[in-house]
Write a protein that binds this ligand. Structure first.
Ligand code: ADP
Length: 633
């Protein structure tokens, strides 16, 4: 087969351009990325051979080799791992599969400053492409273990790459970087210097469990220098805590988390006894773009006695902790353990419970610290953690203790539930909240009026999951969680004598006829029309019955394919509003004479609009409204 030329996919080309023009200041990390890929390839081959003994592959000396050629100015990273087939090279190296990448590139274009760019790039494992930060040409030769033919891939990173079949490729992959011309001004970045390579490996890849060997040759050197192993290969989680530096932990995180930035927190756990294991977990500082997509790869790495077993081991942590990265190394599992077995294993179940508690107690400590770190954590992962309020009854108390929410108490700082309870007014029995699409929409909702006037704090909940957890949790510290858009309120009744009740009684009587008539007239859409105690400014609002699903929740269930009946709402009128007063006077005087029916409809439509909904027949609503406005001119 001859050499063929292909075009990079658009996103891949854009990323390559970024690498070539190198917005990332720390170029050394290219080597970490290539070594990381090589290490993964060795893991994969070992596992495949374990599963399929007949696989024609040599696993006797799996390792990574670094070759420096000073004269040719090349650096080669070679592994004898799984390798890639011809098709795989095209798919894996020529395109970018990550769905978040398009979004990433868009953000990158919008980000004006270099620091922003660097931060953004850090969110993406640009991996292999990072070689183009230091090389103006890259050659990759690979042969998939078990296959006869190899593949050569070359590119200058400028829009095209070539593929060719090769006959004599060794098993695994070698990536040769044709380094950019030496910069006499900057000897620090001489990647043909064995000293430099040694330093980079020590710093970024010491924990890699496969040997990383280096041979360096060049003019006058016969190339028979003995290879030296650069990394200690010691698993960080197995080393005494005080002998591992923060930096080393962070480098491990970057390797397994495919993140270029430091984690927010490192968590270590050592379990002794009948089922021994060690865990090294990390809380990332940033949520990945695909955290809420169906195919988000969740879970930590599972090792058995220092041997890598699987990535994304979802049995070790509950789904709402899917952002946690790390390693769990168990002493007493079979090397052949499967995902199915793990899901049912009693020890794994106990492990998951313990790890979950450990992660949550770490979050609790962050919270107690009252630093920016908690604020960062909650901003990035709060929405996911709230899923736990619904699914993990066992840890609900802890989750409620660490959760924080936007509130009318403070425009910027979120509050904990405990904080809310401490600020509750005398006689206030419930914790009030309102859900909606945005803080602004909620704050402007008519449901808030009476609460605002009386200075009663309301939690402002804007995540989809909020609708669900408030229902599931029900109360905090003995106080009910109550939506200000549901049920009836009696904000004034507390601590007063019967006078207020009497007053209300009278008012209800005065409106009884109108309410009943409107209830009938709008009967298709509302189940009741009543007077409101929550409105001060708006003429009307719609509310849900205390036990009905809210419209948002109904929509959510429908989106998930569940049949739910549309619950009729309740229309509440503000007896203090001139429009409502006038309507009542007209009704009392003339009965349902001309025009009143339309006014009732308009009033209902306005109430629906005010909570962000849509009138049932928008065109009819607009027509009626326009006629009214015209008459008022
Ligand atoms: P990432 O490592 O984040 O997936 P890369 O661009 O670095 O992104 O690599 C893309 C894919 O190419 C890898 O997921 C892997 O399947 C394959 N790959 C890269 N390097 C190697 C290698 N040395 N051996 C085998 N496969 C490799």
């Amino acid at each position: 087969m001859s050499t063929q030329t292909f075009e990079f996919q658009v996103e891949a080309r854009q990323l390559l351009q970024l690498m070539i023009h190198s917005v990332y200041s720390n170029k050394d990390v290219f080597l970490r990325e290539l070594v990381s890929n090589a290490s993964d390839a060795l893991d994969k081959l070992r596992l495949e051979k374990l599963r399929d003994d007949a696989l024609d592959a040599d696993v006797s000396d799996l390792h990574i080799e670094l070759d420096i050629d000073k004269d040719a100015r090349t650096l080669t990273v070679r592994d004898n791992g799984i390798g890639m087939s011809y098709d795989e090279v095209g798919q894996l190296i020529g395109t970018i599969a990550n769905s978040g990448t398009a979004e990433f590139l868009r953000e990158l274009r919008e980000s004006k400053d270099a620091a922003g760019e660097e931060g953004l790039i850090g969110q993406f494992g640009v991996g292999f492409y990072s070689g183009f930060m230091v090389a103006d040409e890259v050659t990759l030769v690979t042969r998939r273990a078990g296959e006869g033919q190899g593949t050569r891939w070359t590119s200058r990173g400028e829009g095209t790459y070539t593929l060719a079949a090769v006959e004599d490729a060794p098993q695994g992959t070698s990536v040769t970087l044709h380094l950019k011309p030496a910069d006499p001004e900057n000897q620090l970045h001489d990647y043909t210097s064995p000293w430099k390579i040694r330093e980079i490996i020590k710093r970024y890849s010491d924990f890699i469990t496969w040997p990383i060997r280096m041979t360096s040759g060049g003019a006058g050197d016969e190339g028979d220098a003995a290879p030296e192993t650069l990394n200690s290969m010691k698993a960080l989680w197995a080393r005494p805590r005080d002998q591992v530096s923060e930096d080393e932990y962070h480098e491990l995180y970057k390797h397994i988390g495919h993140d270029w930035r430091d984690p927010l927190e490192t968590i270590r756990l050592q379990a002794e006894g009948t089922f021994e294991y060690q865990a090294l977990l990390f809380l990332p500082a940033h949520a990945p773009h695909d955290l809420f997509t169906r195919d988000f790869r969740r879970g930590v790495q599972l090792y058995v006695k220092r041997v890598f077993i699987m990535d994304d081991c979802e049995a070790l942590l509950p789904p709402y902790l899917r952002f946690v990265k790390g390693v769990v190394d168990a002493a007493d599992l079979s090397l052949n353990v499967s995902r199915e077995i793990l899901q049912q294993d009693r020890h794994i179940e106990m492990m998951r419970r313990r790890l979950t508690k450990k992660v949550l107690s770490t979050v609790k400590d962050l919270r107690a610290e009252e630093s920016d770190r908690y604020a960062t954590f909650w901003r990035e992962f709060g929405t996911v953690l709230k899923e736990g309020l619904v699914t993990d009854a066992e840890n609900r108390e802890t989750l409620l203790a660490v959760a924080s929410f936007a509130s009318t108490h403070d425009d910027t700082e979120p509050t904990t539930l405990q904080g809310y309870v401490e600020r509750m007014k005398d006689g206030q029995e419930d914790i009030y909240y309102l859900t909606g699409d945005s803080r602004q929409a909620i704050e402007n909702s008519p449901h808030m009026e009476a609460f605002r006037e009386r200075g009663i704090e309301v939690l402002l909940l804007t995540d989809a999951v909020d609708e669900v957890w408030v229902d599931a949790v029900g109360e905090f510290d003995g106080k009910k969680l109550k939506s200000v858009a549901k049920g009836e309120f009696d904000l004034d009744a507390k601590g007063e004598d019967g006078a207020a009740d009497e007053e209300r009684e009278k008012r209800n009587e005065a409106y009884a006829g109108l309410l009943e008539w409107m209830g009938k007239h709008l009967g298709e859409d509302v189940k009741e029309v009543r007077l409101s105690s929550r409105l001060t400014v708006s003429p009307a609002c719609v509310v849900s019955d205390a036990h009905d699903l809210t419209p948002a929740l109904e929509n959510m269930y429908r989106a998930m394919g569940q049949e739910v009946p549309r619950a009729k709402r309740i229309l509440e009128l503000n007896p203090g509003h001139a429009l409502v007063k006038g309507l009542n006077a007209a009704y009392t005087e003339h009965g349902e004479g001309t025009g009143l029916a339309e006014t009732a409809e308009l009033l209902y439509g306005l109430a629906v609009l005010a909570e962000g909904g849509q009138p049932k027949e928008p065109a009819r609503f607009v027509k009626l409204m326009a006629e009214r406005l015209e008459r008022a001119l």
